[in-house]
Design a protein around this ligand. Structure first.
Ligand code: ADP
Ligand code: MG
Length: 340
């Protein structure tokens, strides 16, 4: 069983500027798996942009054109779990052999290998074997190969052997086409002005686009109302509000602490150790960004400081963000974690 999801096809994957390269490469691979220079195909991009959908579509099309080829879709988490099991049961060789037999191996969310040295090593051997035999490897990740942390260099360099293609946020026209297709599938019609409003306002990713459609339909059904611009605007603004409300200062502190491997108690203490000061300042900065709390209230909750300290922290972070590339990377990583 190839573990492919039959709902994720090319025919319902809307093409746009944001996915053109990755989609075209995927189609080329489906025609000639292992026979193009796109090996591996490395597809990367943020959550909800269509990575999983696209790789299923490639797998399904391979099966269509080449029924004799074996295709396997596996999440990196599942791969890791299977490997751990194999080690426990002392049948690592069977595990490796199983993966080395596959013609088209699709591994989703490869960034989850980061920090897992043993699993990286076994994947390295499987990768080499498949690649040498001209079998196709397709990988997805939330970051580009260069930006993945805690991954062996020899793996990173192999990720770059073929083609890396990113999925970007869809533009307005693509968003509109995606909305139209989803509604058509569900047999529902929305007024044009409503479609336009959603496509204008939900500009993050496709998953949120789908989520907002569902919320609007639910609102209309619950209240036995027509789908109007007014109902849409109110539903969307509520969605945005709850998304913002869920981010608490406590959550921000935890996220920053986890990222820098600093203890919560340290942030709350008076210590002036460099890494703790940096974590504390970043927590203050993100609290200002993501919550409506006042400077005074942020200071009170993060280490019992006054509002001037918080203001100073925000300025320091902004300065470093402009001058220090590594620091900018931290901020991006943490933002992503907080927003997730
Ligand atoms: P990712 O794996 O990048 O987090 P998914 O593949 O799970 O994203 O996509 C999220 C949702 O958006 C899925 O329901 C998927 O079908 C839909 N989607 C993403 N891109 C497109 C597209 N170009 N056309 C149609 N639907 C899309
Ligand atoms: Mg995915």
């Amino acid at each position: 069983d190839s573990q492919l999801n039959h709902n994720y096809t090319f025919s319902n994957f809307i093409e746009g500027e944001s996915n053109r390269l990755a989609r075209a490469a995927g189609r080329a691979i489906a025609k000639r798996p292992g026979g193009t220079s796109f090996n591996p195909l490395f597809i990367y991009g943020g959550v909800g942009l269509g990575k999983t959908h696209l790789v299923h579509a490639i797998g399904l099309e391979v099966k269509d054109i080449h029924p004799d080829k074996t295709v396997l879709y596996v999440s990196t988490e599942k791969f890791t779990q299977q490997f751990i099991e194999a080690v426990k049961n002392n049948n690592q060789n069977d595990f490796i052999h199983f993966y080395q037999m596959i013609d088209v191996l699709i591994m989703d969310d490869i960034q989850f290998l980061s920090g897992k040295a043993k699993t990286q090593e076994v994947f390295f051997h499987i990768f080499n074997h498949l690649h040498q035999r001209g079998n196709q490897i397709i990988l997805t990740s939330d970051k580009s190969p260069a930006d993945i942390q805690d991954m062996e260099d020899r793996l990173i360099s192999r990720f770059k052997w073929g083609l890396s293609a990113d999925l970007q946020n869809p533009d307005y026209n693509t968003r509109l086409s995606i909305l139209k297709q989803k509604l058509e599938n569900d047999g529902i019609e929305f007024p044009d002005e409503v479609m336009d409003y959603i496509a204008q306002n939900i500009d993050t990713n496709v998953r949120e686009l789908e989520g907002s459609l569902n919320s609007i339909i639910a609102q209309a059904t619950l209240n036995k109302r027509e789908i109007t611009l007014d109902l849409t605007a109110r539903t969307l603004s509520k969605l945005v509000q709850t998304a913002r409300k869920e981010i608490s200062i406590d959550y921000i502190q935890k996220t920053v602490c986890e990222y820098f491997k600093v203890k919560m108690e340290d942030i709350q203490s008076k210590t002036r150790k460099r890494d703790v000061v940096q974590a504390r300042q970043l927590a203050m900065y993100f609290a200002k960004q993501y919550t409506k709390a006042s400077l005074a209230s942020i200071g009170k909750q993060i280490g019992k400081r006054d509002h001037a300290t918080v203001l100073h922290a925000c300025k320091t972070v902004k300065n470093l963000q402009e001058t220090d590339k590594a620091f900018r990377g931290y901020i991006e990583d943490i933002s992503r974690k907080i927003a997730d």
